[in-house]
Design a protein around this ligand. Structure first.
Ligand code: PSU
Ligand code: MN
Length: 301
């Protein structure tokens, strides 16, 4: 199936100019209106400023799209959770029924790979949830890391997850996790998790080299670029941990499960921190977009 490219993305792709894929779940489910639209628009500007073309990915009326118009982004932001959160398993349903869908990291990676876009910036990827031994809640983002040849720039994994188990799973799956100018796996809101990354890179060119080598070796799947939140915006683990613990208890009490867990936790944490976690989230997405644009430029060279 074809991915419909916006005119800007299409001309960049055919000229071999750098493009950065962006996801749409973060718009419809990750933040509230209007911060979601402002952030999506600002992130696109960051990508442009650093020399690449942004391609926000979504399903619109059953069509896979890379490169949304301002009106489409506004529509996704305003409709929010009314738009279905679409991971890979949901793609056949929204495409078959001709529906709109906000794509997660997993679905966005797949569509980016189909379109031939090798660089993708998100906030924080999904992973193994705490308590997964009982709930089996492991994000489909991890499965997709073994299937799509895309570099994912992420602020580590969301601190609401079990980070050590997430790293174990990625090791088993043979997915490189590259610390970007860090030897530690970042914990989304904070720069430090106390967990080591298996490898590091200190420039966009080094990352581009790892991407080329992985795929030249015939190894299918993602390269994860773990990029810590800027120091000025981080919330220290000691401060955010109790907030996360309380939010997790609330999901248990309310019986929230499946795809509702992540959006619920993000909203709950934003409420408790009076928007501070939202500010951190916005800052880290922008920072990932910048690094992603630099990597896309290096990879296209
Ligand atoms: N990162 C953010 N905000 C988000 C997400 C990531 O800063 O809203 C979304 C991504 O779309 C990711 C999804 O793929 O959360 C993971 O959801 P789940 O745990 O249900 O797989
Ligand atoms: Mn899940």
């Amino acid at each position: 199936m074809n991915v419909i490219l916006s005119p800007e993305v299409s001309s960049a792709m055919s000229a071999g100019r750098p493009v950065v894929a962006l996801e749409s779940t973060i718009i419809a489910h990750g933040m509230a209106y209007p911060a979601n639209v402002e952030t999506a628009t600002a992130v696109e500007q960051v990508v442009r400023f650093h020399g690449a073309v942004p391609a926000t990915i979504a399903v619109i009326k059953g069509k896979l799209k890379a490169g949304l118009s301002a009106e489409e982004i506004e529509m996704f932001g305003k409709s929010g959770p009314e738009i279905m959160k679409v991971s890979v398993r949901d793609l056949p349903f929204v495409v078959g029924r001709g529906l709109d869908g906000a794509t997660t990291v997993a679905a966005t990676m797949r569509i980016a790979a189909m379109a031939g876009i090798p660089v993708f910036a998100t906030g924080g990827m999904g992973g193994v949830h705490r308590g997964a031994g009982e709930t089996f809640d492991v994000s489909a983002d991890l499965t997709e890391m073994t299937r799509s040849n895309v570099a994912l720039i992420t602020a580590g994994a969301k601190a609401i997850l079990d980070l050590p188990l997430t790293l174990e799973r990625l090791e088993t799956d043979g997915v490189p996790v590259v610390g970007y100018r860090t030897g530690e796996f970042p914990a989304f809101y904070s720069r430090s998790s106390g967990l080591k990354v298996p490898m590091r890179a200190d420039s966009a060119e080094e990352v581009a080299g790892i991407m080329r080598s992985k795929w030249a070796l015939g190894l299918t799947g993602a390269v994860i670029v773990a990029n810590p939140i800027p120091e000025a915006d981080e919330i220290l683990a000691a401060e955010i941990e109790p907030v996360i613990a309380a939010a997790l208890q609330k999901t248990d009490r309310l019986g929230i499960s499946g795809k509702d867990v992540t959006p619920f936790l993000l909203a709950e944490i934003a409420k408790t921190t009076k928007g501070r976690s939202l500010q951190a989230n916005i800052a880290l997405v922008k920072n990932n977009a910048k690094v992603a644009a630099e990597i896309a430029v290096a990879y296209a060279a």
